[in-house]
Design a protein around this ligand. Structure first.
Ligand code: XBP
Ligand code: MG
Length: 253
């Protein structure tokens, strides 16, 4: 029996939390897939920010067709058309990361290492496709492949964030209760998902999510941060800390 009142595990979202993958990764890859398919669709930085309200790439493409392209003659079957586009998008994303990668956000690697050294367990809960997680870890955190004992990703659960299902799945796989874990998220949708699974949650915002509302987060900062890259606190109590370390995580738990 593990101690119910003790922090056992950290569970991380991927896109926007481990790395800023949305604007310069996923968005570019969607556009490459569209161009390759002969479509004149172009998701600008601004439009993509709006489309991010829908989680999941296939779901996002469907939403775009339904909400932004009233005159578009839908290929039949639409589901397969979207699946084809999304398959190509994943290929471009994996290639893009392999080419030069997208760096981890400040402090991510340090905090993961600290947690690992302290004997905490690590997991991932994301709506993104599993291949995208592998590609990110391979390019910027090869040791992470063995650090994360559960990688809950993509269509493994039918209901994506903001539904709590992916966090419920990870907790079940780890045989832990929410009281033993803390989640890291970057977005409102992600926070709704983790809170829905009854997890204490730390939010590290990015340019797409900074204006969102994060009621009930344990802490909202602009980054995990480093000694030479201090965080800005949006809400929550950090005492005298200038970046997120394990001691601060524990104090919020
Ligand atoms: C963020 C998402 C994902 C990615 C695209 O997921 O909403 O949909 O934008 O990934 P999270 P796919 O923050 O939970 O990691 O195209 O593979 O769905
Ligand atoms: Mg995210």
């Amino acid at each position: 029996m593990s101690d119910m009142s003790k922090l056992q595990a950290l569970i991380f979202d991927v896109d926007g939390t481990l790395a800023d993958t949305e604007r310069d990764g996923h968005r570019i890859s969607f556009n490459r897939a569209f161009a390759e398919a002969g479509l004149d669709w172009e998701w600008s930085v601004e439009l993509y920010g709006k489309l991010l309200s829908v989680t999941g790439g296939k779901e996002r493409i469907l939403h775009y067709i339904e909400q932004y392209l009233p005159g578009f003659t839908r290929p039949e079957p639409l589901k397969e058309f979207i699946a084809g586009l999304h398959f190509a998008k994943t290929k471009h994303y994996v290639e893009l990361l392999a080419e030069g990668g997208i760096p981890l956000r400040p402090g991510v690697k340090r905090l993961l290492s600290e947690a690992k050294a302290a004997g905490l367990r690590l997991a991932i809960a994301t709506t993104t496709t599993p291949a995208n997680v592998t590609a990110l870890l391979e390019s910027v955190l090869p040791e992470g492949q063995s650090w994360f004992e559960v990688i809950g990703a993509g269509d493994i659960v039918p209901a994506k964030k903001p539904a709590p299902d992916i966090y419920d799945y990870v907790l079940k796989e780890m045989q832990l209760s929410p009281e033993q874990c803390i989640a890291f998220e970057d977005s409102r949708q992600g926070l709704r998902s983790s809170l829905g699974a009854h997890l204490k949650t730390i939010v590290t915002v990015n340019s797409y999510t900074a204006q969102q509302e994060f009621t009930d987060a344990a802490l909202v900062v602009d980054q995990i941060g480093e000694p030479d890259s201090p965080f800005t606190v949006l809400s929550g109590n950090v005492g005298t800390k200038t970046y997120l370390d394990l001691e601060l995580v524990r104090s919020l738990f």
